[in-house]
Structure formats: C-alpha cells, structure tokens
Design a protein around this ligand. Structure first.
Ligand code: ADP
Ligand code: MG
Length: 433
C-alpha cells in the first residue's frame, strides 16, 4: 500500500524558538495552508470532472466514470504484461478471467468500463449504484483467480500461462481440457479461434496456438520415440444433439453410451493431420460450417458448445495416448429471465444452464474425487467424461470471459461467481467497501 505524506509540509525539526505568539501565528498559517490545499484539491477535482464531461458531453454516466477513475488511482494497477515464469501455476484446475476491450457499440451506448485488473491474479468490478436519495456511488467487488488478464493482454500470452501445461499433460498421457465461459459477446470465440476486425491484424486463437505447440514438440527426442501421430475432430453440441463440423453437411451424430457411461460419437470425422497448416485448414472449414446459415438474431453459435479435439495417437494407429479438448461454451446469459422469450428459447436456456451446472460439478470433482459426478445431466459432460475422472494427469483450465460495460454488470457478476465456484473459492470473496 502507498504511504501517505507527512501530516504537514513543514520540514521536520525546523527551529521553533519564538514565543507563544509566534506559535499561534504559525498555527493560523497552517490552517490557512490546509484550507488552500483543500480548495485547490476541490478545484482540481472540479476541473477533472469538467474535462470528463467535455470529453464525452451528454454522457449520463459521467459521474460513475469519475468515481471509478478515482478508485483506479488508489489501486495502482500493475497487470500482467509479459511472460514471467514465476507466475506459472502447477495445479490440476486453473481458473482465470479475461476482460475484453470496450467496443464501439458499448461506447456508442455511453457505457462505462466497470472492470479493473490491479494485479496478475485480481479483478475488481465497480458496480454503479444509487442510494434512495439518488446519490450515485460505486460498490466494489474484489475477486481472486489463478490469473486475471486485462484488455491489453493478447491471446498468445494467455495461452502461455494457461494452455502450455495442458499440452504437456496430453503428451504425458492425460486428457486436457480448456473451456471459454461467459456471456455472448464476451470474447469466447475470439480467444478460441482468434479474430479481429476485418483489416486489422488477425490474432491467433488457442486452437491454432495449440497446433503450433504440438507440432513443435512432436520431433523432440523423448516424444519422437513414442511414434505418436495427430488427429483432429470438431463438433458442436446443441441441446441433446451433436453435429459434426468436419463434414460439409454438418450431419447429426448418433451417440452410444459405453460401459463407463461416457458417450461415444458414432461416425465422428477424425482427420489425421501432419502439419500446423493442416490443422489451420480444418479449423477454418469447421468454423465456416459452424457459422453457416446464421444471422445475428438467430445465432445458433451462441447457444451451442463447440468442441475442438486434438488427439495424440499411439504407434498402433488407433489407441489414444493423450488428448486436448478446447471448448467454446454456449453463452451463459439467462434467456430464462427474459419474460418475452418464447417457449423454445426458455427450454433452450434451461438446457444450457443445466449443462453449465453439470460442468461446474464435474470439474470440481477432478480434484475432490467426488464419488458421484453428474455426468449424465448433459451431453457435454457425458462426452467429456474421461477428462474429469480417472487420471491424475488430467488437467482443466477455465477462462471466464468478461464484457467490460456497465450494462453487463449482472452477467459479469454471474460469470465471476461461477468461475469462483469452479475453483472452490466462493468463501474467499469479500465485498470491499
Ligand atoms: P462470444 O463468442 O463470447 O459471443 P466473440 O468472441 O464473438 O464473443 O466476441 C465478440 C466481439 O468482440 C467480436 O467481434 C470479437 O472480435 C471482439 N473481441 C472479443 N474479445 C476481444 C479482444 N480481446 N480483443 C479484441 N476484440 C475482441
Ligand atoms: Mg461465440
């Protein structure tokens, strides 16, 4: 914490020889100085507020913005900017948050950025509130995770901190999973498949970065002697149905339960890949398939889970040595709260909620060794069953994606609480006051 300046500006140990009268004079002088100091501070804050209003005239949220800026001054932000080995975590479950930059639509709506990332593992949500007498104030919620990434952190750096250990566990024979969780528009697809506005530099996503790493590691001595080969699959889970994204007509896949109660997808396309380019081509094909026939209002992609899997196959050509699953989850917003939603939308939201709840319990079970996990509550958890049980080599990473605008506050709080629950951190959170 920063230390306050001394109680007065007078140099310590200054001679204080004069009599009583001069002390009184000094006292008066000090009072006058203090008053002037207060006055100039008030003037500075008035100018600051005015500058804010001038910068953004007519913004009804300028007071909130001002209050949040004051908070940030105290916070002394030092977020993650580079890769530092010391930050790495060696845990089976890693949970982190990623704030995306505020976008043009939010700016046009005069939204205020309510998220601050003061350090490598902490995030603060400044919730705008109003008292009964309409006085505005900010309520601050502080959260701690394995990592907190602000809007400046590129996908690649997040990948290094969170996914590199997953790739290693797959090579060691484990099942590694990485989930992007959050409301629609928070950046789930951006971190998984990459993106960026047309014309801007396209940022690689986790799928592609994993492909680079896997093909980078394959020739290394200890791995090469296992004679591993690589194959990929890409599918979409929509309610209780699963569609193959690697096949041009997006066929629905039949499912059968095996003796472990895990679901096998019959006829899922497993494509052998020999280079990073092979993988990139597959991803492009699958993404295109996923988006096909969608309009903004009818965005099926926000209501389905997309699963991209990279399998390491043993020299026999069939046995799986280890694998990575990367999942772009359905939006967690509760359409169910929306009275205007039609029956099928409500059912669909209930279905998504159910699968996300089952997922939370199953991930927690990974380290808690809970005997009865609710796999069968959703297709997602049934399909990923082997990622949660059995091997100590299994690892999971959840990246909770956050939209920074104040209108997303409620959804953002839901996302943060879910992420805390996955890590089992619920009790650690305290509202700062
Ligand atoms: P979701 O998949 O969660 O619905 P998207 O990944 O589609 O959200 O992101 C919504 C929009 O925001 C997209 O246009 C995307 O390119 C952009 N976006 C998301 N995250 C970032 C980021 N970190 N930097 C720049 N643009 C981003
Ligand atoms: Mg998406």
């Amino acid at each position: 914490g920063g230390q306050g300046a001394g109680p007065s500006g007078a140099p310590a140990g200054a001679a204080n020889k004069g009599g009583r009268g001069s002390n009184t004079l000094k006292g008066i002088e000090r009072l006058r100085e203090a008053r002037e100091q207060r006055r100039s501070e008030m003037e500075a804050s008035r100018l600051e507020k005015k500058a804010l209003m001038d910068k953004d005239p007519g913004n009804p949220n300028w007071e909130f913005r001002y209050l949040i800026e004051q908070e940030r001054k105290i916070l002394q932000l030092s977020p993650i900017r580079t890769f530092e080995r010391g930050y790495m975590r060696n845990e089976q479950i890693i949970v982190c948050v990623r704030k995306r930059p505020i976008n043009e639509r939010e700016l046009a709506n005069k939204e205020t950025d309510v998220l601050s990332v003061p350090s490598a593992d902490r995030l603060i949500l400044h919730q705008p509130r109003a008292k009964v007498d309409t006085t505005k104030y900010i309520e601050n919620y502080s959260f701690q995770f394995d990592f907190a990434f602000d809007e400046e952190v590129p996908n690649e750096l997040i990948y290094k901190y969170t996914c590199v250990p997953l790739i290693h566990s797959a090579f060691q024979g484990g099942n590694a999973t990485c989930f992007a969780y959050g409301q629609t528009g928070s950046g789930k697809t951006f971190i998984m498949t990459g993106g960026g506005r047309p014309g801007a530099v396209k940022m690689k996503g986790i799928f592609a970065l994993a492909a680079y790493d896997i093909f980078g590691l394959l020739p290394s001595k200890e791995i090469a002697e296992h004679g591993l080969s690589v194959s990929c699959s890409y599918f979409e889970i929509y309610g209780v149905k699963v569609y193959d994204l690697m096949s041009s007509k997006k066929p629905e896949l039949k499912m059968v339960e095996d003796s472990n109660q895990a679901v096998q997808l019959l006829g899922l396309t497993e494509t052998p890949v020999h280079s990073v380019d092979d993988v990139l081509n597959l991803i492009a094909f699958g993404d295109n398939n996923r988006m096909m026939g969608q309009t903004a209002v009818n965005a099926i992609s926000s209501r389905s889970h997309a699963v991209f899997q990279i399998k390491l196959i043993k020299a026999d050509g069939t046995t799986v040595h280890g694998m990575c699953s990367f999942i772009d989850l359905a939006g967690n917003e509760r359409g169910i709260d929306n009275a205007a939603a039609d029956r099928s939308t409500r059912l669909e939201s209930a279905d998504i909620n159910k699968s996300l709840l089952a997922l939370k319990e199953c991930i927690r079970g990974l380290v808690r060794q809970t005997p009865h996990l609710p796999f069968r509550d959703s297709k997602l958890t049934q399909i990923l069953r082997d990622s949660f049980v059995g091997s100590k080599k299994n690892r999971t990473c959840m990246i909770a994606m956050l939209s920074p605008g104040h209108q997303s506050c409620e959804h953002t709080l839901n996302t943060l609480r879910y992420a805390e629950a996955v890590k089992g951190l619920g009790a650690k959170r305290d509202a700062l006051e």
